[in-house]
Design a protein around this ligand. Structure first.
Ligand code: SME
Length: 164
């Protein structure tokens, strides 16, 4: 199946999950499983959530699919994950085509070649992020970015409607 068709299909399934899920936690579980199972190049898929009240702020690993990672708690001054959630990034999606060339990168698997991190917002504030690693270099083209951003947006909307 062509990539565009696969992306469209997965996007529609995520929309259905968002409508059916009773909580943001349930939706996050469904999203990581769907993306990991259906997208060939999405080899590790997980959510990190900002720990409420933590000072300094820290991202805590939530629902994920893929190999266990040593990075279960990431301060905002570390990693690509930290960079995507810090004020300096102003909540932009971070795409790294070659993680071995990015000094911020915290290794999870030696096989990882590229990564995308998309912030999750609730009422304009970053509450967490959706992080995906690929064994393929430059896996996250603009059409993939749009899919991952859509997933993160639906999770943010679900959190607004029904906190975790
Ligand atoms: N690579 C991430 C760490 C998380 S693991 O990839 C799951 C980073 O550089 O922040």
């Amino acid at each position: 199946m062509a990539v565009a068709a696969r992306i469209e299909e997965v996007r529609n399934e995520v929309t259905e999950f968002a409508e059916r899920s009773r909580s943001a936690a349930e939706l996050m579980q469904s999203v990581v499983k769907l993306l990991h199972d259906r997208m060939l190049k999405y080899n590790w898929v997980g959510f990190y959530l900002l720990e409420p009240g933590a000072d300094p702020p820290v991202l805590v690993l939530g629902a994920f699919e893929g190999a266990m990672t040593p990075h279960t708690r990431i301060p905002l001054n570390q990693g690509i994950c930290g960079a995507a959630a810090s004020a300096a990034s102003s909540g932009q999606t971070v795409v790294v085509d070659d993680v071995n060339k990015d000094p911020r990168y915290l290794a999870c698997s030696l096989e990882t070649k590229s990564e995308i991190v998309v912030p999750v917002f609730v009422q304009g504030e970053i509450v967490g992020e959706l992080d995906i690693d690929s064994h393929f270099p430059a896996a996250f083209t603009p059409e993939h970015q749009a899919l991952v951003q859509y997933c993160a947006q639906l999770v943010g909307q679900k959190m607004e409607a029904s906190p975790i």
